[in-house]
Design a protein around this ligand. Sequence first.
Ligand SMILES: [Fe+2]
Length: 178
Amino acid sequence: MTTTDDPLDGIEALPQEMVFKPGAMPELFIPDAWGDDDPRYYIPLGPGVGSKPIWISPSKNAWVDILRAENAGLLQRHYHPHDVFGLCISGSWRYLEHDWVAEPGSFIYESPGESHTLVVEESGEVMRTMFHVNGPLIWLDDDGNPAGIHDAFTLIDMAREHYEAVGIGADYVDTLIR
Ligand SMILES: [Fe+2]
């Protein structure tokens, strides 16, 4: 029977001396990943929709971003050969292909082999969703045929160009790569 409500009572936690194994890369810490609504960090990805990368892995061809729409927005139809994880933070959105609506707190798992079209309807709330995307996205035309790709490498290119143009600097992208 415990005599205190403090679960740490009597426990001493010491830091690990060798934090990083040789060859390991440093951690990535962004204190306010989605609360920072500086629009310059959002790379235009579709009408009304921007993507703010917060982690990019060339070796996995994967990334984590905050997808954001100030008002209405559209992320054109695309196909995922690999899976995607999402967590809606604010606002709401849906896929034309499904009958559910993502709202704050909604978790979304997208299986490999899925095609969809992301729509944000005007709601008066800013839509923000964190996605972990295992790339690529394959853009589809009106007939469902491949019409281009978006992956970690196109993202890096777009991000360098965008951040240079808005005054953040192309080098900012390097801080996100692991
Ligand atoms: Fe998608």
